[in-house]
Design a protein around this ligand. Structure first.
Ligand code: FAD
Length: 328
C-alpha cells in the first residue's frame, strides 16, 4: 500500500480520546498533500467497530483496522507492539502517528525498533517537501526547533497533544473496517491488577484548553485553594511545578515540565512560578502565557504574553472577582 498515513488511536472505554482526533487532523493534512489514504488502528476489547468507522470516516479516515480481543482490554506493550509490527509489515504505511502520551511514548519506540523505522518524537509540525515528509520537533527543552528527515521507508512520529486542532465531523462515509488476526499474540509480561482513575471534575491536564498552574510562590498546600478556584471558574486543569510536587503540596500527576507532563493549551497561567527551563520545556508551546510573579526579573516573564508583577495573593482573588462579574 505504502501510500497510507496510519493513526494509532488512543481509546478510553472504547471512545477516541482527544489526541486521536488531533492526530487525524495531522494525518489528513499530510495525506491530502500527497494524495494518500488515512487509516486508523483501534485496539481493544468489544469495540464498536461500526460506530468507530463512522466516527473516523466522518473525520477523514478511509480505513479502520480493528484488533479486538479479551486480552487487549488493557494496554500492554507486548501484544500491542506485535499487532502494529504485523500491520506495518503487511501494509507498509508511509507514516505512522502515535500520541506523545504515556502509551505512545511506550509503544512507538518498541514498534520502531522492531520494524526498523525511524521515529521522530514529540513533533509539533509536519511538512511535505519534494514528496518527502519532514518532522518539526522542539529540542533542548524547546530552545531550538529541529526539522527532521527520516531515512527509512516507514516513518514514525509521536504527536504532541494540543498541537493540531481536533478533527471535526464532515460528510465523509464510514471508513472500511478490516478486522486483524489476533490469534497468536504474545502474552504480556506484566499484569494490570488495578486501574485507579483519579476522580476530578476538571479536564485532563494534557487535554485541557486552559491550564492554571501554581508554583512554590503560592506558599503552601492550603493556599492552592485560590489556584483551584480560578481553574474551576475557567473550566481549566490545575498544573504545578516540580518544586511543589517535591514539597508534597500537590500530586505528581499535576507536574508540568521536563520530568512531568507536556501541555500546550490555548491559555496557560503561571502563578508564583519562576520559569526554570525544566518547567518551561513542558509549557512553552502554549498559545497565550499569563505570568503572575512578584519578582519582575523572574525568567517566566521572558516567555509570557501577559505579565503581572505583584503578590499573587492579592492579584488572583481580584482576577477571580472580575471573572465572576463577567460570568454574571
Ligand atoms: P521557585 O523557583 O522557587 O519559584 C517561585 C516563584 O514564585 C519565584 O519566581 C518567586 O518570585 C515567586 N513568588 C514567591 N512568592 C510570590 C508571591 N506572593 N506572589 C507572586 N510570586 C511569588 N520543574 C518543573 O516545574 N517541572 C519539571 O518537570 C522539572 N523537571 C526537572 C528535572 C531536572 C533534572 C531538574 C534538575 C529540575 C527539574 N525541575 C522541574 C525543577 C526546576 O529546575 C525548578 O526548580 C522548579 O521548576 C521551580 O519551581 P517553582 O517555579 O515553583 O519554584
Amino acid at each position: 500500500m505504502a501510500e497510507t498515513v496510519l493513526v494509532v488511536a488512543e481509546l478510553a472505554d472504547g471512545k477516541p480520546k482527544k489526541i486521536t482526533y488531533e492526530m487525524l487532523t495531522a494525518a489528513r493534512e499530510v495525506a491530502d498533500e500527497l494524495d494518500y489514504e488515512v487509516a486508523v488502528l483501534a485496539i481493544g476489547n468489544e469495540l464498536d467497530a461500526d460506530g468507530l468507522a463512522e466516527t473516523f470516516g466522518a473525520r477523514g479516515a478511509d480505513v479502520l483496522f480493528v484488533a479486538d480481543d479479551e486480552g487487549l482490554a488493557e494496554y500492554a506493550v507486548e501484544p500491542y507492539a506485535a499487532i502494529l509490527a504485523q500491520l506495518i509489515e503487511d501494509e507498509e504505511p508511509a507514516l505512522v502517528l502515535f500520541g506523545f502520551t504515556p502509551t505512545g511514548r511506550d509503544l512507538a519506540p518498541r514498534v520502531a525498533a522492531r520494524v526498523k523505522a525511524g521515529l521522530a518524537t514529540d513533533i509539533t509540525g509536519l511538512r511535505v517537501e519534494d514528496d518527502d515528509i519532514l518532522f518539526i520537533r522542539p529540542m533542548y527543552s524547546g530552545q531550538a526547533i529541529a526539522t527532521v528527515k527520516i531515512a527509512s521507508d516507514v516513518k514514525m512520529a509521536t504527536v504532541r497533544p494540543n498541537t493540531w486542532p481536533v478533527a471535526q465531523p464532515g460528510d465523509g462515509d464510514a471508513a472500511d473496517v478490516e478486522e486483524l488476526d489476533v490469534d497468536d499474540l504474545p502474552e504480556p509480561r506484566t499484569e494490570v491488577l488495578e486501574v485507579e482513575v483519579s476522580k476530578s471534575e476538571r479536564p485532563e491536564l494534557t487535554e485541557a484548553s486552559i491550564v492554571v498552574s501554581g508554583g512554590r510562590g503560592v506558599g503552601g498546600p492550603e493556599n492552592f485553594k485560590i489556584i483551584e478556584e480560578l481553574a474551576d471558574l475557567l473550566g481549566a486543569a490545575v498544573g504545578t511545578t516540580r518544586a511543589v510536587v517535591d514539597a508534597g503540596w500537590r500530586p505528581y500527576e499535576e507536574q508540568v515540565g521536563q520530568t512531568g507532563k507536556t501541555v500546550s493549551p490555548q491559555l496557560y497561567f503561571a502563578i508564583g512560578i519562576s520559569g526554570a527551563i525544566q518547567h518551561i520545556s513542558g509549557m512553552r508551546t502554549s498559545k497565550y502565557i499569563v505570568a503572575i510573579n512578584k519578582d519582575p526579573e523572574a525568567p517566566i516573564f521572558k516567555i509570557a504574553d501577559y505579565g503581572i508583577v505583584g503578590d499573587l495573593h492579592k492579584i488572583v482573588p481580584l482576577l477571580i472577582e472580575e471573572i465572576k462579574k463577567l460570568k454574571e
